[in-house]
Design a protein around this ligand. Structure first.
Ligand code: ADP
Ligand code: MG
Ligand code: MG
Length: 208
């Protein structure tokens, strides 16, 4: 296995571990703002992914992301399942379409991943969803010229976390939160929180 493949494996494992540890927090948040299943759904899928990491073609990032998308399509429940599936399938497809994986291509792939989520679920930034963590992350990466340095990644993950926290003031327009209306105000969106949690774990591995 190449050094890159090793890092990819470590990043996926770190993301899984972070979601497993966040299960109580995510369950509580989704209990208040949704139907309470997000923590358990994420934990279950994270356990499956962790058990499969070694079977992914880790030296090939785009193929690994597509395999991850397929695993999540089958194993992740709730609205998050198909949304995460299209996210990783799209990112993998964009990266596969080009030979190199430079910073500009990664940003393009992440941008397309956001678009895939919007196409499937109809949400835009500001609608109180996982996109409110992912979109600020991508926008922050875009602002920086050149490569994806350690500093760039850590700034971007801060933007994702701020984005996730800012959902506490957003009105729900889609999904189960919308049934609860203004009662969710003051609490952040669990899907946005979950995204920021696993993304921080990934960034910390990559920035290392
Ligand atoms: P469910 O609401 O079906 O129980 P989950 O608990 O798995 O689904 O996931 C809820 C999270 O999914 C929300 O907190 C939100 O971040 C995200 N979500 C729900 N609907 C959408 C959508 N249409 N577009 C993007 N994200 C969404
Ligand atoms: Mg739920
Ligand atoms: Mg549900």
């Amino acid at each position: 296995q190449t050094e890159m493949g090793q890092i990819v494996g470590l990043a996926i494992e770190a993301a899984c571990q972070a979601l497993i540890e966040a299960e109580p927090e995510l369950t509580e948040l989704d209990r208040i703002t949704g139907d309470g299943d997000l923590g358990a759904n994420m934990k279950r899928a994270a356990l499956v992914v962790r058990s499969k990491v070694e079977s992914y073609p880790l030296d090939n990032i785009s193929e690994t992301l597509r395999a991850l998308g397929q695993t999540l399509r089958r194993e992740l429940g709730g609205s998050s399942g198909p949304l995460y599936a299209v996210l990783f399938l799209r990112i993998g497809n964009v990266l596969a379409g080009s030979g190199s994986t430079n910073a500009a291509l990664w940003i393009e792939a992440l941008d397309q991943g956001c678009r895939a989520i919007s196409e499937l679920g109809g949400a835009m930034p500001g609608d109180r969803t996982m996109l409110d963590a992912l979109d600020p992350f991508v926008k922050s990466l875009k602002k920086v010229e050149g490569g994806l340095s350690r500093e760039t990644l850590l700034l971007a993950i801060k933007s994702a976390e701020q984005g996730a926290d800012s959902t506490a003031q957003m009105k729900p327009r889609l999904g189960r939160s919308s049934y609860l209306g203004d009662r969710v105000l003051g609490h952040p969106d669990p899907g946005a929180k979950a995204l920021a949690i696993w993304l921080r774990a990934v960034c910390e591995i990559l920035a290392d």
